[in-house]
Design a protein around this ligand. Sequence first.
Ligand code: PGA
Length: 255
Amino acid sequence: MLMKRYLAANWKMFKTAEQAHKTAKDIITNIQAKLQTNDEVIIFPPFTALGSVFKVIQNISQIQLGGQNFYPAEQGAFTGEISPDMLIDAGCTYSIIGHSERRHTFQESNDFVAQKVHMGLEKNLAIILCIGETLDQRQNGLLEKTLNSQLDSVLNNLSPSDIKNRLLIAYEPVWAIGTGKVAQKEDIREAHSLIRSILKKFLEQKSDIIPILYGGSVKSENSSEILSLDNVNGVLVGGASLDAQTFSDIIINSK
Ligand code: PGA
C-alpha cells in the first residue's frame, strides 16, 4: 500500500476564528485541484478557530482538522484544558502531542506525553507525536539517547494493535523550530532512519506503516528536497503555514 504524504499546518497561538476561516478557504482554493491522490493535509488551528475551519474543510476528504493538544481525561475540574472528546466533537480527527513548546514551555514529561498518546489512540484520534533533541543534547552526542527515551516511554506499553494506523511521528529538532535553521539533509536522514530503527525494535513489521514527518523551519524553498528524503513521509509546518500562499506552495511545488 502506498504510504500517504502528510502536509500539516500548525498555527500555534495565531489567528482569530475569522482569520483562520479565510486562510483555510484560500488554501483550499489554491490546492484542491492539485492534490496528489495520496496527499493528506491537516490543519491545526487554535481551539477557538476549530469550528470556523471545520466549516470549510468538512466535505473534503483529503483535508483533515486537528487539535494542537489535549488533556488526558474524559472531563472534569481541569480549568483551561480540553478533552479528546471535545476535539472530536469540534470535527478533529487528529491531535499533535508532545510538541517541543509543550515539553519545554509547559514542562510536559515523557510520561505525561505517553498518557496522552495512549488516550488519544484509544479515542481513535490520529496522533502526531513530536520528538526531537535540543542543540545541547545534539552537541553532547545525545541524539539517539533522546529520541530513544522519548519514543520508549510511549511505545513501551503500546501493542502494535493499539496503533491502528493512527500513530505518526514528527521529528522536530528543537533548535530548528521557528529559528530559520533547517536541519541539513544528512541530519534529517540520520534522525529519521534512527527513528525507523527504534520503531522496529518495539513494533516489528507494524513499524513500517508509521509515517515520520519532519518539522522545523520548513519553507517552500526547502520542502521539495526534505520530502524527497528516505523515511520522510511528510512535513509539519509552523511559521510558513500561516500564510495561505506559502503553505499552498509547499504542497503544490513538492512532488
Ligand atoms: P516552524 O515550526 O515551521 O515555525 O519551525 C514547526 C513546528 O513547531 O511544528
